[in-house]
Design a protein around this ligand. Structure first.
Ligand SMILES: NC(=O)c1ccc[n+]([C@@H]2O[C@H](COP(=O)([O-])OP(=O)(O)OC[C@H]3O[C@@H](n4cnc5c(N)ncnc54)[C@H](OP(=O)(O)O)[C@@H]3O)[C@@H](O)[C@H]2O)c1
Length: 154
């Protein structure tokens, strides 16, 4: 396995909470981060912190609302086209449930849409040959498994 300082790691939901802290911890170890957010000013603030923590400016910000399938596809294409390698995908972006059912713009239950659905698009896009090399295997860390409180209509 490559040293962290030689790895490129995509962290979804890097603008707050666990995702932000994971990104900063990895940056302190020298990793190159692809930081995902959905708000440019907040993402730019985290990117500046990551640059300071890493001591280099190789990291990048990408933006997408992960409740939208179109946005997920666009982000997947951006990652596939824009980055030569990806060692780790940290599936962190997510939200908690509420007593009332909420739906994404695509008409899916919101917690299910955000905490689970986006994996498919991102994982497929990052599973191509460019994600691998002779001594490295892409790894997935999944933090956003929370489904408590999601309201289903079965
Ligand atoms: N904290 C816990 O006790 C706990 C327990 C079990 C599971 N988890 C899971 O761990 C993950 C992180 O939790 P946390 O407490 O750090 O959450 P958090 O502070 O609320 O951060 C969640 C991150 O996900 C992003 N996000 C939410 N909805 C999004 C959307 N539609 N499109 C793009 N990004 C979106 C948020 O972006 P914005 O900043 O733009 O809102 C934020 O960056 C979540 O998936 C959560 O379900 C947490």
């Amino acid at each position: 396995m490559r040293p962290i300082a030689e790895q490129t790691i995509l962290v979804t939901g890097a603008t707050d909470g666990l995702g932000r802290q994971v990104a900063l911890d990895l940056a302190e170890q020298g990793a190159t981060l692809i930081l995902h957010g959905r708000d440019h000013p907040r993402g730019a603030e985290v990117l500046a912190d990551v640059h300071r923590a890493a001591g280099h400016e190789r990291s990048t910000l990408v933006l997408a609302d992960l409740s939208s399938l179109d946005e997920i596809r666009r982000l997947a294409a951006e990652v596939e086209d824009g980055f030569a390698r990806l060692d780790v995908l940290v599936n962190n972006a997510g939200l908690g449930g509420t007593p009332d059912r909420r739906e994404s713009g695509d008409g899916h239950e919101l917690v299910l849409a955000v905490n689970y659905r986006y994996y498919d698009g991102l994982e497929e896009s990052t599973a191509g040959p460019q994600a691998y090399d002779a001594d490295s295997r892409r790894r997935l860390w999944t933090l956003s498994e929370e489904l408590t409180g999601a309201r289903f209509e079965l």
